[in-house]
Write a protein that binds this ligand. Structure first.
Ligand code: NAD
Length: 532
């Protein structure tokens, strides 16, 4: 008779056989592959499993997760975890893990393939040749050798693309406001401003996440700044390059070619860009190599085995590495740390090179390293997205040249516990302090030289202004005219008539136009939007 396995794992979406082999090779694991079920069927049976592996097809709603009595781990073979209700999983103590780095080589190689495809008209020449024409004169190409290649976003994939393009003897430059120039220089990539990149490059490739800040980053104005004849490659996310503006650019001859793996709306079965001869398209297959699929399958299977058998957590997106007995005590600090880190990034106009974190009061009695990890995760997520998890946050920060210093002191002047962070970079610095009120509530208590007491959550505006009469009224009127309700407002000033800050919590999202309008108001020095 078959021995009863200890852990039951359900593979719910198709997974490369190498991953399944790893699970089946473990005596303490019994692996079930079942990929064709309705949500109701999954809900009815999920209670039988200790772990589930999914890709993007299966959605794990709160309803399904709440029915999972013995589930301990959800493994996503790939990056995106939008199909998992993370909060519901966290509430039940279920670890959600992903495999954020395994498809980078595939995406980088696809980018290079796309650049060569447009520079030498390969798809067009292929179609013409196969249709019986022999049009040697028609497909005059452009060489990559010696050309200036601009990479927007030199994270994981952008760096691999840069290395490969350097191998093709291109002159690689990059724009990435969140990476210190030293870290880029170590990779042999000079950092330039976005305007310089746009005006100098023969080829431009985008490798940022899609976020509010990068949506339509390459718009009509950006195309206007480019060289005539530029070629554009987007294998990152649709929506970063504005498709209408790209269409116009291609039509007018300003852009001589574009290669797109991603589209604003996917699946892209129809798109005006498809009508243009100088556009090469692929259906979001940047990560679609046998190796990448195998890599994610092997990685998730290894991580699940490591978690269930060796009790080691890797690439968790929801639960930091804290022992269960101290977790409830440390949890509020983890949340506070993540919020402070995120706030700091969103108010800083410089790439952070050094982070000094001070733990004061009761918090200093604990092992604070998970809190530091939370701070780093908060700091990195606003511009890197969910690729940053509790396990890789420190490594990513180090790779990006961020030095982290931790200090502890057992006394905090005004609060039982306080966490302060100073971020420095490019000769500038920002400081933020947060404190715990009671056992769970936390507040931001200082921003640079200004004392404040604000709940770090929601949609906020940090306005720096001269302390003159009428400023607050002007801000209120400008927002009121746009029907934007102020839910709460804190005000702090140094000396009478000097510089002051106002931190506003708003009930609705604020557009770039309103930000612009606010920054033009008399006596307003700067306006920052923060989303927590
Ligand atoms: P990453 O987080 O490692 O790197 C992103 C980089 O963009 C970071 O260095 C960040 O500092 C930078 N950045 C953020 N905002 C910026 C801005 N406004 N201007 C300039 N730079 C900015 O991410 P990654 O793993 O390298 O992935 C890059 C992109 O590729 C993502 O959009 C990802 O979704 C996409 N991707 C696509 C495929 C595909 O199938 N086509 C496969 C994998 C990844």
């Amino acid at each position: 008779m078959e021995e009863e396995a200890v852990y039951r794992i359900l593979v719910a979406d198709s997974l490369s056989p190498k991953g399944i082999e790893i699970l089946k090779g473990e005596k303490e694991i019994k692996c079930y592959v079942w990929t064709n079920f309705s949500p109701g069927e999954l809900r009815a049976t999920i209670g039988e499993y200790d772990g589930i592996i999914i890709r993007s097809k299966t959605t794990l709603t709160a309803d399904i997760i709440n029915a999972s009595e013995r589930l301990k781990v959800i493994g996503r073979a790939g990056i995106g975890v939008d199909n998992v209700d993370i909060q519901a999983a966290t509430r039940r103590g279920i670890v959600v893990m992903n495999t954020p780095r395994e498809n980078a080589v595939a995406a980088a190689e696809h980018t290079i393939a796309m650049m060569l495809a447009i520079s030498r008209n390969i798809p067009q020449a292929d179609a013409s040749t196969k249709s019986g024409q022999w049009e040697r004169g028609k497909f005059m190409g452009v060489e990559l050798y010696g050309k200036t290649f601009g990479i927007i976003g030199i994270g994981n994939i952008g760096s691999l693309v840069a290395e490969r393009a350097q191998g093709l003897k291109m002159n690689v430059i990059a724009y990435d406001p969140y990476i210190p120039a030293d870290a880029a220089a170590q990779k042999g990539i000079p950092l330039v401003t976005l305007d310089d990149l746009l005006s100098q490059c023969d080829f431009i490739s985008i490798h940022t996440p899609l976020m509010e800040e990068t949506r339509n980053l390459i718009d009509v104005e950006a195309f206007e700044k480019m060289k005539k004849g530029v070629m554009i490659i987007n294998c990152a996310r649709g929506g970063i390059v504005n498709e209408k503006a790209l269409f116009q650019g291609l039509k007018s001859g300003k852009v001589s070619g574009a290669a797109l793996d991603v589209f604003a709306r996917e699946p892209a079965r129809e798109n005006p860009l498809f009508e243009l001869d100088n556009v090469v398209c692929t259906p979001h297959i940047g990560a679609s190599t046998g190796e990448a699929q195998e890599n994610v399958a092997v990685a998730i299977a290894d991580q699940i085995v490591d978690f269930l058998i060796n009790k080691r957590i890797r690439n968790a997106v929801n639960i930091p590495i804290v022992s269960p007995d101290v977790f409830p005590v440390v949890k509020p600090y983890l949340d506070l740390g993540e919020k402070l880190g995120s706030f700091l990034t969103q108010i800083s106009d410089f790439a952070v090179e050094e982070l000094s974190i001070e733990y004061m009061g009761t918090v200093a009695e604990y092992n604070v390293s998970p809190i530091t990890v939370s701070i780093l995760r908060g700091l990195l997520i606003p511009y890197m997205g969910e690729v940053v998890n509790f396990v890789n946050a420190s490594i990513i920060a180090k790779d990006r040249g961020i030095r982290v210093n931790e200090f502890k002191s057992t006394t905090a002047e005004d609060f039982a516990s306080m966490v302060t962070i100073t971020a420095k970079g490019g000769g500038e610095k920002n400081y933020i302090a947060g404190a715990l009120f009671g056992t769970r509530d936390f507040r931001i208590v200082q921003i640079n030289d200004f004392f404040i007491e604000a709940v770090p959550e929601g949609n906020m505006l940090l306005i720096q202004n001269y302390d003159r009469s009428g400023v607050i009224g002007d801000i209120g009127t400008a927002l009121g005219n746009r029907n934007i309700n102020i839910a709460a407002m804190q005000f702090s000033r140094g000396r009478l008539g000097g510089v002051a800050i106002s931190l506003l919590h708003l009930d609705s999202f604020i557009s770039k136009e309103v930000m612009e309008e606010l920054s033009q108001l008399p006596n307003v020095i700067s306006v920052k939007h923060i989303e927590l």
